[in-house]
Design a protein around this ligand. Structure first.
Ligand code: AP5
Length: 200
């Protein structure tokens, strides 16, 4: 068992998951584990596994779940003793991933879903690519189309599975306005967890 809050951060490519996670880390000191960042670190390591993953990610498709879950499980184990809470960003991306996580690691306490139109997500990714000196291999028009299609195909099935613990936020507002709602949800979760510990 993990013991501290586990929050899944979901939403399409470029909806602002990483941006909100950075704000949460700053305010709450949670451990931010982005599935995409963990996979990119594996690719950067130059391993054979990384080469396989890189080819799939360049196409905007989902890598096999064993690869992602194994990286997440290791990162959670590494921080288990000192973490105030875990933000699992970009996972699950399909129904079976959620079930595997809850079976092998721990149940999620809260799911925050950032709802955003494809048009806004494309604009944001292209804006990030234009502003950055290191453009991601999947931040190009063709791959963004596949990333969006992959996301739209899988997401409803995930959300339907977890209606009681999911909050959906309009992600087409300013990052600060969205964060007001994020804080409300996290404050409530932290209070609930503390009450559960006190009454145990
Ligand atoms: P991943 O790295 O997770 O990428 P993604 O989901 O496509 O999301 P991004 O990182 O591009 O965007 P974001 O939502 O974090 O937005 P950000 O905050 O940067 O995954 C990459 C690939 O890895 C996948 O395609 C897949 O191949 C593989 N993968 C990952 N997880 C997997 C899994 N579980 N299973 C299998 N494969 C997996 O914001 C974007 C831009 O918008 C920034 O410039 C930001 O400044 C701006 N912005 C943010 N919020 C706002 C706002 N409110 N208003 C205006 N601008 C904003």
């Amino acid at each position: 068992m993990v013991g501290v809050p586990i929050v899944w951060i979901l939403g399409g490519p470029g909806c602002g998951k990483g941006t909100q996670c950075a704000k949460i880390v700053e305010k709450y000191g949670f451990t931010h584990l982005s599935s995409g960042d963990l996979l990119r670190a594996e690719v950067a390591s130059g391993s054979d596994k990384g080469r396989e993953l890189s080819a799939i990610m360049k196409e905007g498709k989902l890598v096999p779940n064993e690869a992602v879950l194994c990286l997440l499980a290791k990162a959670i184990a590494d921080h288990k003793c000192d973490s105030k809470g875990f933000l699992i960003d970009g996972y699950p991306r399909e129904k079976d991933q959620g079930a595997a996580f809850e079976r092998q690691i721990a149940p999620a306490d809260l799911i925050i879903y950032f709802d955003c139109s494809d048009e806004v997500m494309v604009q944001r990714i292209m804006g990030r690519a234009a502003a950055s000196t290191e453009v991601r291999a999947d931040d190009n028009e063709a791959t963004i189309k596949t990333r969006l299609a992959t996301f739209r195909t899988n997401t409803n099935a995930i959300l339907e599975q977890y209606t009681e613990k999911t909050i959906t936020l309009n992600a087409e507002r300013s990052a600060d306005d969205i964060f007001v709602d994020v804080q409300r949800a996290l404050d409530c979760l932290i209070q609930k967890k503390a009450q559960a510990v006190a009454s145990a």
